[in-house]
Write a protein that binds this ligand. Sequence first.
Ligand code: 4NP
Length: 175
Amino acid sequence: MTTGRGGADGAAPPAEARPLRVLFVCLGNICRSPLAEAIARRQAEEMGVADRFHFASAGTGDWHVGCGADPRSAATAQRFGLDLSHHRAQQITAAEIADWDWLIAMDRANRQQLLAMGAPPERVWMMRRFEAPDGNGMEDVPDPYYGGPEGFVLMYRLLRDNAHAIIEALLAQAR
Ligand code: 4NP
């Protein structure tokens, strides 16, 4: 993963000037987290705060490293005006955890994996963290990989509906 932070001279810029580094994390980095990244980037632009963030995405698994987004995710993105054609899947490893200010997990298994890699729990948020509980234990953005097309629409809706609150909360944390 190419995640280096800091300038060529190695000096870190002042905290308030540095964009928040936010990594969206799923299992394969071909379905959910690439779309989460694209949606967050668009919403941050719409909110006028794009310059406050550096968004990226990664998977906890390595099966798809170097591959493009899943065609079903890419088609869903395109349907809603987003372009995943430049996406290339990458894996997050324990050595790279410290490169990120915030890790946004799509599901509970992703979160557990990040914690097992040594990520500080307070820096690992669930994507649906700020959604009102629905009473069905639906804390996850469900993995659509093995399901039908409806799973991709649900994924888009959940990501779209939760990105704004995540962005607001990250900005509040930075103040
Ligand atoms: P993602 O979906 O984690 O949202 O990218 C998956 C992609 C691939 C696999 C599982 C989930 N897989 O088992 O290969």
